[in-house]
Design a protein around this ligand. Structure first.
Ligand code: SF4
Ligand code: SF4
Ligand code: SF4
Ligand code: FES
Length: 944
């Protein structure tokens, strides 16, 4: 593909029930009322010259380049700020306008360095384009403007530069930071010709800037420019693909020069991000070509031997021979596989197919086990589908937004920006979280209520919410009567109405003042459109599934499911966690969440795959580990997951891995798990993959390769060859054929094909005959399961208790610049923002223990201990400490326990009783479960 330049229509789209027709240079054009003359003209194919306008930002009207003449109107109004009105006759090209525009451009150019030929943006600069468009030939004011040309460059941001000498003070960057990103890091200082852009009086790195790149994107000159463009030159071609980091699933144009990636530019037509990005997707892609990547297959007899590089053929034969030998000796069920939520749907599909058809059992599980498995369970029980209910756009229609156990500004930044925009426009916010996350108070956004509950009491808080709704007559009776089961509703209502579920009765347990909880519940019930967004702070608990069902109950009782602006929405952690679950990665379910014991469903796959399939559910990940320690489970294929780093109770996991006869790891880097492996299959980065990811909105997005696999093979090809070596050949000429097989066997995907995705960009499943272009909002009219099902959700405290030995509760989360266990982001400049995990501790708890800010501390739980530095912070309530888990050196999972969700075994990462002690000196790098430290190479790909 050549370089894809999206047509900039100048001002944002308007939607309206009424339309107006105007004439631009004699061309009639009909647009929704409220559309600017500039946009109407662009839609008619006439681009009015502009500098301060761009269609991602509201019109500002400062540059005066877009002047037009309108019949019957005096003067020359700016087309960007003038709404089209019925019958208007507009002229965009007259000699008067041309003269005026040339005058404007002369002023700009007089204060602009004339180094176009050596400028990094040469050929990609709107100022240059406009000078050409207005026919500028001479500058009467000279070229010695004295206001900006001597300004020093700010190069403090690792990814882009700010060169004020080139600034035309159009304010697009300032507005992008406000309107698109919602950070308000930039200001215009001074007035008139002396005004200039400033990152709030400091440099970019030290400012509030979160390096989202929106200002760089908006800048029409080379003032804000990617360092990669300065180093490599203006890109020449682009490929559309999908970010490989979080579950927002942003679409990007990968822009290249030859075969070298120059930059990633967020794609305006991307359904999930609409042209916005965060620092990870926009800038932190360098890991894909990092020198640490392993590119050759490797094998070894035992884990105390050195790795030996071998051919693909030898590695695959070796792996197959040893897998077969294990099955001959220990039985068919002695081996299994784990799929990865970092891999494409197609890559995941072939792994679960290999396990079921070639291994001959259902011992397949996925890393969603450790993050959102309760979402699948809880939403299926209540609504009938294991997925969120809305598209991201829906939040624009929400009146009340409840964020529970999620930190969107760090973990789902592009969606957070959209949410903040809605909040600035008047929606109310309730945050339910032990920690004071940024959303509680950011520029122009403040939560109406922050319910700072004790970790582990989510269900009690939701029951108290429901108590208020039921006992104060706030149930949407008509909705419940029409859409939900009478019996289960009556049982649930009676349950939550019990006095022990009142906010007052539960306040001593939850720590949430009853008055605040009542007010928040009333706000939610009043809506009229109330939406719940939640994250791993909901699911990673012993009652994770119960909590998902309690939120679903509440949403149904108040009529908040089945239209725009409402719903129950999981913010998925990893890029393809939705897809890996959809693709049948669970030991009890085929693709599309259909039970393996269902004869009719099994028959579909038996026919497609040409062999008899096991009707017994297989082992979950924790069961595999237990069985490995017991000696009954001996061989494992791990696709792109680092269980030794990401799963709880590291010591137990490592013991299980060490007990295996054969461990096959497919990954980018030699990670912690690979330390226990006998076969290493090098994996592919997202820049090499060809397939699809499915984001938190159920949106199926294409992932297109921009370079050949650096290891010589696509991951799905390796799996197919391994399956063939095991006696079950799987042949596909391309990944589109894998998607065709998914569509042919899975009703919710029956309308999906690469052709469709290439044509329409993306679709949200279900996509089938009933919904050929997908389903943005679920459960309209009726629930997928028919009537909505209520489930009584008694609060059961976790068994993980604090005591005198472990008096504090540790909870974990993410930070913006790092991702997951950090395998990718630690190999980028993002470490400049966050180079180590820190333990946030309340000033009182710190003082009691003699801990000062920055001190090294030991965190000890019942299962292990680790060391990291303390940050004194009152974001946490007293008695609760918090850390991120991005760095293996601190290894938060060394201390997390094996408590897990009762229904799905999702680990209880969010509640661990610990003690924190001041540390006498800086520890050695690396931590392991017995409290000692070692210098093992620690590279990880996935986690929770
Ligand atoms: S930095 Fe760029 S976007 Fe910002 S005011 Fe200057 S020219 Fe405009
Ligand atoms: S990179 Fe993003 S946060 Fe930083 S100044 Fe630009 S728009 Fe604002
Ligand atoms: S919000 Fe998520 S998907 Fe979007 S660019 Fe950032 S990390 Fe990538
Ligand atoms: S583009 Fe309209 S005033 Fe700048």
């Amino acid at each position: 593909m050549t370089l894809l330049r999206e047509h900039d229509l100048g001002t944002p789209a308007r939607s309206s029930d009424t339309v107006v027709t105007i004439e631009v240079d004699g061309m009639p054009v009909t647009v929704p009322a409220g559309t600017s003359v500039m946009r109407a003209a662009a839609l008619a194919g006439i681009d009015v010259p502009k500098l301060c306008a761009t269609d991602s930002l509201e019109a500002f009207g400062s540059c005066r380049l877009c002047l037009v003449e309108i019949e019957g109107v005096r003067g020359t109004p700016a087309s960007c700020t003038t709404p089209a009105a019925e019958g208007m006759r507009v002229s965009t090209q007259t000699s008067r306008l041309e003269k005026l525009r040339r005058g404007v451009m002369e002023l700009y150019i007089s204060d602009h360095p004339l180094d176009c030929l050596t400028c990094a943006a040469n050929g990609d600069c709107e100022l240059q384009d406009m000078a050409g468009a207005v026919g500028l030939r001479d500058v009467r004011y000279g070229y010695a403007g004295d206001n900006h040309l001597d300004e020093p460059k700010d190069e403090t941001n690792p990814y882009f530069t700010f060169d004020p000498a080139k600034c035309i003070v159009c304010s697009r960057c300032v507005r992008a930071c406000e309107e698109t990103q919602g950070t308000f890091a930039l200001t215009i200082e001074g007035r008139g010709f002396g005004s200039k852009v400033s990152p709030s009086g400091t440099n970019f790195f030290d400012s509030e800037c979160v390096s989202c790149g929106a200002c760089v994107q908006a800048c029409p000159t080379a003032t804000l420019e990617e360092k990669s463009v300065i180093a490599l030159g203006v890109p020449r071609r682009s490929v559309l693909t999908t970010c490989a980091y979080c579950g927002v699933g942003c679409s990007f144009k990968v822009e290249l020069r030859g075969d070298e990636v120059v930059r990633m530019v967020p794609y305006k037509d991307g359904g999930a991000n609409e042209g916005h990005s965060c620092v990870k997707g926009r800038f932190a892609w360098g890991y894909a070509t990092h020198k640490d990547r392993v590119l050759s297959p490797m094998i070894r007899e035992s884990i105390d031997q050195e790795w030996r590089e071998v051919s693909w053929e030898e590695a695959i034969t070796y792996a197959a021979t040893r897998l077969k030998a294990i099955q001959e000796r220990y039985g068919v069920g002695a081996i299994g596989g784990i799929t990865s939520s970092r891999c494409t749907d197609e890559e995941v599909f072939v792994v679960q197919k290999m396990v079921r058809a070639a291994f001959g059992n259902n011992n397949v599980d996925t890393c969603a086990r450790v993050c959102h498995s309760p979402t699948g369970y809880g939403l299926k029980q209540t609504f009938g589908t294991s997925a969120g209910t809305q598209d991201f756009r829906s939040v624009d229609q929400a009146d009340v937004i409840v964020v529970i156990g999620a930190n969107p500004t760090d973990a789902h930044p592009v969606f957070a920006s959209r949410m903040k925009r809605r909040l600035r426009n008047g929606a109310k916010l309730v945050v339910i979280d032990p920690r004071r996350i940024d959303l509680v108070r950011t520029p122009h956004v403040e939560a109406s209520y922050h319910l700072q509950l004790q970790p582990g009491t989510n269900v009690a808080v939701m029951n108290a919410f429901a108590h208020v709704v039921v006992t104060e007559g706030l149930v949407d009776e008509a909705y419940v009567a029409e859409r939900c089961e009478d019996d289960s509703f009556a049982d649930w209502a009676a349950f939550v109405a019990r006095p022990e579920n009142s906010p007052e009765a539960l306040a001593p347990i939850t720590g949430v003042p009853a008055g605040e909880l009542r007010a928040a519940a009333r706000l939610y019930a009043a809506g009229p459109n109330s939406a719940i967004y939640y994250g791993l702070g909901v699911t990673e608990h012993s009652q994770g599934s119960t909590m998902v069902m309690s939120m679903a109950n509440l949403a149904m009782a108040t009529g908040n499911v089945g239209r725009e602006g409402v719903g129950v929405n999981p913010l998925r952690g990893q890029n393809n966690v939705q897809g890996s679950c959809d693709m049948g990665s669970f030991p009890h379910e085929f693709p599309g969440y259909r039970h393996v014991a269902d004869d009719a469903v099994r028959a579909i796959f038996e026919e497609a795959w040409g062999r008899t399939l096991d009707n017994e559910p297989g082992l979950r990940i924790p069961n595999m580990f237990d069985a490995a320690v017991e000696g009954t489970f001996r061989g494992m294929f791990v696709q792109g997951e680092d269980v030794a780093q990401s799963d709880p109770n590291t010591k137990h996991v490592k013991a299980a891995l060490a007990a295996l006869d054969l461990l096959i790891v497919q990954d980018l880097f030699l990670n912690e798990t690979a330390a226990f492996a006998h076969v290493f299959f090098p994996g592919t980065s997202f820049l090499e993959k060809d397939g699809t990811f499915i984001n938190a909105e159920r949106r199926i997005n294409r992932v297109r390769p921009v370079m050949r696999p650096r290891n010589g093979k696509q991951e799905w090809q390796v799996v197919c060859e391994l399956s063939a070596a095991l006696g079950h050949p799987m042949h596909y000429d391309s990944t589109s054929q894998i998607m065709d097989e998914i569509a042919a066997t899975t009703p919710t995907f029956s309308g999906v094909s690469f052709d469709l995705l290439d044509k329409v960009g993306s679709v949200q499943w279900p996509c089938n005959e009933k919904a050929p272009l997908g389903t943005p909002i679920m459960h309209i009219g009726s629930f997928v399961r028919g009537k909505g099902h209520f489930v009584a959700t008694p609060f059961v405290p976790t068994e993980e208790r604090t005591n005198r030995r472990f008096p504090l509760i540790l909870t974990t989360g993410r930070i913006l610049s790092q991702y997951n266990v950090g395998a990718q982001t630690r190999r980028t400049e993002n470490v400049r923002w966050h180079g180590e995990d820190l333990l946030e501790i309340h000033p009182f708890d710190a003082e009691e223990r003699g801990i000062a800010d920055g001190n090294w501390v030991t965190v000890a739980s019942r299962v292990g201990e680790t060391s990291l530095r303390a940050r004194i912070s009152d974001r946490m309530p007293q008695g609760v400490v918090y850390t991120t888990f991005h760095f293996p050196e601190s290894g938060a999972n060394v201390v997390t326990t094996e408590h897990s969700d009762w229904a799905t075994n999702c680990p209880e990462y969010k509640v661990t009783a610990v003690e924190v002690r001041a540390h006498a000196r800086e520890p050695l790098a690396g931590a392991n479960g017995d409290g000692t430290h070692e210098d093992t190479p620690t590279d990880v790909l996935v986690g929770h």
